[in-house]
Design a binder for this molecule. Structure first.
Ligand code: G4P
Length: 529
């Protein structure tokens, strides 16, 4: 295949994730996106209540209901001449590290906002994360079939609270029972909404031009007039779409619609495929790697256990940063310095795991992991590179984990180490005793871990409180001083799942005092993989 064909393939890729507050409609919109991408034949009601269908991304739910893992955390589908990769961010209530790391693997984000509520907590937090890399954002104001807040006010709130300019691309005509559709500012046409068509791709009625009398007839005089007045205001007061400002993360195009009613999702997808960036460069400790580098490279951002119940394997998700993957190719697993031959990577076309014959920069491939791959690992065609910016966070919550059946200690440790490799939780083994301490960033992680230990490792575990309130990874360049530190404070030292030395402090005061006492030791809140 010639270089120009590879360049064309790469240019087609759009890799994105959805960020939103729980209940804003991420699952529903994922389902409709897949419907438009023809990745599923018909969308069930949300989470399939009634029809037995599920949005494919909601794996925790499915796992609960069916008792197996059928996760599909990457979905690839063609749309509008592009090949779109949608990466699922975990649906837990907590902000999780997994979500953070998934956001390092995308080139743009769709922010879904419940238009009755406006900007909510989690959206704020996730937006902060996307600001670290100035990821371009597209906004979808959802639930227009309900009474929403004043659209102008919603844009204001996004601008002031999230510090990003808004450029409305569509504008709503009424909401709730009176929701009639949207006016598309770029196309100068009104697209009319029909309720009750959420499961299918609808034939919509389109009215050209804002002054078209058909508009008055279709939505009623009152609403048509109101629309014209509002638009005059909007055009005067809000920003116009600007591709450069969008790409630098300073401005987001805004769409209005209802995911449940499958209305407006296609406008958003058209915007996304047209404007969102093709695969972006990534930084390594050595140099920047661009998508059009001749040689293949990629990094692992997520590991997930037991996706296929028949194989009980673990899949390492790799974002390809540059070049092309072909089945059977040799890659260098940089951290362990070995050449490996990858013959059975999986792709995620149309939501099903298939064997990847080839994949390009921007794509995600799944590698079968038998314990050698860790989050953050870099794979190349020989060069010693290490992609940066894929951290672990020091946990803020701690529990001692104990077995109901003491004979299963080995299984418990294996499970915990694997779950920590995956980033589901962190595990600490104190140097001075045989405790196992589990650390999490959000409280829900604890429940997930116990449930998964039982389901996947057949281990019955429970938690006890433990006198740990914070943890820091510790480093020291002076071996003698590090050694002395280790001897003096060994009661507060532990090894994490990857055998890295950690200081576990009973209180913040204790941590501060220890830091003062040992100025040559570095205490770090994050650990780069
Ligand atoms: P999430 O993944 O972001 O958490 O949200 P999800 O799609 O599960 O949607 C949350 C609830 O909001 C669901 O209600 C869903 O039907 C509803 N919803 C999503 N989009 C729209 C929309 O455009 N209009 C309206 N009216 N509702 C929408 P649910 O199934 O009843 O779940 P729950 O409320 O019992 O949790």
């Amino acid at each position: 295949m010639s270089n120009s064909t590879i360049a064309q393939e790469i240019a087609k890729r759009r890799t994105f994730a959805i960020i939103s507050h729980p209940d804003a409609g991420k699952t529903t919109i994922t389902e409709k996106v897949l419907l438009h991408g023809q990745a599923i034949q018909s969308a069930g009601t949300v989470k399939g209540r009634g029809s037995g269908q599920h949005a494919k991304s909601d794996w925790m739910e499915m796992e609960k209901e069916r008792g197996i893992s059928v996760t599909t955390s990457v979905m690839q589908f063609p749309y509008n001449g592009c090949l779109v990769n949608l990466l699922d961010t975990p649906g837990h209530e907590d902000f999780s590290e997994d979500t953070y790391r998934t956001l390092t693997a995308v080139d743009s984000c769709l922010m879904v906002i419940d238009a009755a509520k406006g900007v909510e907590d989690r959206t704020r937090k996730l937006m902060e994360v996307t600001r670290l890399r100035d990821t371009p954002i597209i906004t979808f104001m959802n639930k227009l079939d309900r009474d929403i807040r004043d659209p102008m006010e919603l844009l204001d709130e996004v601008e002031t609270e999230l510090n990003i300019m808004c450029a409305p691309v569509t504008w709503p005509i009424g909401s709730g029972k009176l929701f009639k559709g949207v006016y598309h500012l770029h196309r100068d046409e009104t697209i009319l909404y029909q309720s009750g068509q959420g499961h299918t791709i609808q034939d919509v009625r389109i009215i050209k031009g804002l002054s078209n009398p058909e508009l008055d007839e279709a939505v009623g005089d009152g609403l048509a007039e109101q629309l014209r007045e509002e638009l005059e205001l909007v055009m005067g007061a809000s920003n116009e779409f600007d591709q450069e400002l969008f790409l630098s993360g300073e401005l987001c195009p805004v769409f209005f619609g209802t995911a449940l009613g499958n209305f407006g999702v296609d406008h958003m997808l058209q915007g996304l495929t047209q404007w969102a960036p093709a695969p972006q460069p990534r930084q390594t400790h050595e140099r920047e790697v661009t998508a059009d580098d001749d040689k293949f490279s990629g990094f692992v951002f997520k590991i997930q256990a037991n996706m296929d119940p028949r194989h009980r394997d673990r899949i390492a998700f790799m974002r390809i940063v540059s070049g092309k993957y072909t089945q059977g190719m040799k890659m260098k697993h940089v951290r362990i310095g070995k050449q490996v031959s990858i013959s059975d990577a999986v792709t995620f076309m149309a939501g099903d795991r298939e064997r990847a014959e080839e994949a390009y920069a921007g794509d995600i491939i799944g590698l079968h992991n038998h314990g050698t791959i860790q989050i953050g690992d870099t794979f190349t065609q020989g060069e010693d590179l290490k992609f940066s910016g894929i951290p672990n966070f020091a946990p803020e919550l701690f529990r001692r984990i104990r077995l109901r059946d003491p004979l299963k200690q080995k299984q418990l440790l294996k499970g915990l180490v694997q779950l920590s490799e995956e980033g589901a939780v962190q595990v600490f083994r104190p140097l001075d005793n045989n405790d196992l301490i589990v650390g999490a960033v959000g409280v829900l992680q604890f429940d997930v871990v116990v449930a998964r230990l039982k389901a996947e490792y057949n281990v019955d575990a429970l938690y006890e409180s433990v006198n740990v309130s914070t943890a820091r990874w510790v480093y020291g360049s002076d071996a003698k001083k590090l050694d002395e530190f280790q001897r003096k404070v060994s009661a507060n030292l532990a090894l994490d799942g990857g055998d890295n030395l950690t200081y576990i402090a009973p209180t913040m005061v204790n941590l501060n005092l220890t830091q003062e006492r040992y100025p040559d030791i570095q205490f770090s809140k994050t650990r780069e993989h």
